[in-house]
Ligand binder design. Structure first.
Ligand code: NAP
Length: 251
């Protein structure tokens, strides 16, 4: 029986979890694709490829060349470019596509959220008065905060962000999640954080910062997700495994 060739578009804990699950399924031949943004990506139990495909056309050509039978878009909900490309490429190449993503967080009692549409709007929402602000969006989208130089920024990222010098007063903390609630409480207390800026990523791995802000009464400027890609979306790994199984070839 030939194995089912799968492409997982990754860069998230969901993609890594799916890679672990598929590594034990000998009827599949999965490849995990990463953008190559993180200098030392965590090791994975299945073959990886790194770097862009060259837009939707490049991805469609890859799907045909590699005889990919199905694509699982498990990229981050804010990675709108690759998800849009995947939808176009899969349609063009006639390859089935499913989106494996986490539901967005919803505000709970005690949360002090100000929801904004973009990171630029998040900068505006910080206001004029000086604050100590925790930025957790990683390497990307720091430059807009250079337009509000009155604040002190505590920036947490996996790798040193290229844009950090746009922030006149900052402290860089290099760390890779998942982060615990106790750790997030410590960080917010010790850095005297007054506002958290976060994307509404959803999922458990980065939720403790939201819980810590709630516990400490810290306001959160939360950036809404971009529109979802045009494809069936599943939030549960077992449902994704079931979807993959529907494409299993007969022996
Ligand atoms: P993006 O704006 O949607 O993608 C930019 C370009 O990077 C894409 O057009 C594609 O290049 C390439 N690319 C992105 N993901 C790829 C993948 N998994 N495999 C191969 N190429 C990929 O994405 P982004 O916001 O820069 O995020 C980049 C990666 O980091 C994503 O894989 C995402 O899952 C992960 N990530 C993003 C965030 C976030 O907040 N945005 C957070 C955590 C993790 P080509 O057009 O040349 O194919």
């Amino acid at each position: 029986m030939s194995r089912l060739r799968l492409l997982i578009l990754g860069g998230t804990s969901e993609a890594s979890a799916l890679a672990r699950r598929l590594s034990g399924e000998s009827w599949t031949a999965p490849v995990l694709s990463l953008a190559g943004a993180t200098a030392n990506p965590a090791p994975q139990p299945i073959p990886q490829r790194l770097g862009g495909f060259g837009g939707a056309d490049g991805l469609a050509a890859y799907l045909v060349r590699e005889r990919i039978a199905a694509v699982i878009d498990a990229t981050h909900p804010f990675a709108a470019g690759i998800s849009a490309n995947a939808a176009v490429a899969c349609r063009a190449a006639g390859v089935p596509l499913v989106v494996f993503t986490r539901p967005p967080w919803r505000p709970e009692p005690g949360d002090r959220w100000n929801e904004v549409p973009t990171m630029t709007a998040a900068v505006e929402a910080l206001g004029i008065a000086r604050k100590i602000v925790l930025l957790t969006q990683g390497r990307l989208q720091l430059a807009p905060f250079g337009r509000a130089p009155q604040h002190r920024y505590v920036v947490r990222a996996i790798d040193p962000p290229a844009e950090i010098d746009a922030l006149p007063e900052h402290k860089l903390i290099l760390a890779r999640g998942p982060f615990s609630l106790a750790g997030e409480l410590d960080l917010m207390r010790s850095e005297r954080i007054e506002t958290l800026v976060a994307k509404n990523s959803g999922g458990g791995a980065t939720y403790p910062k939201i819980e810590a802000a709630r516990a400490l009464g810290i306001p959160v400027v939360i950036v809404r997700r971009p529109p979802p890609p045009e494809a069936e979306a599943l939030h549960d790994i077992d449902l994704v495994m079931g979807w993959i199984a529907t494409h299993r070839r007969a022996p």
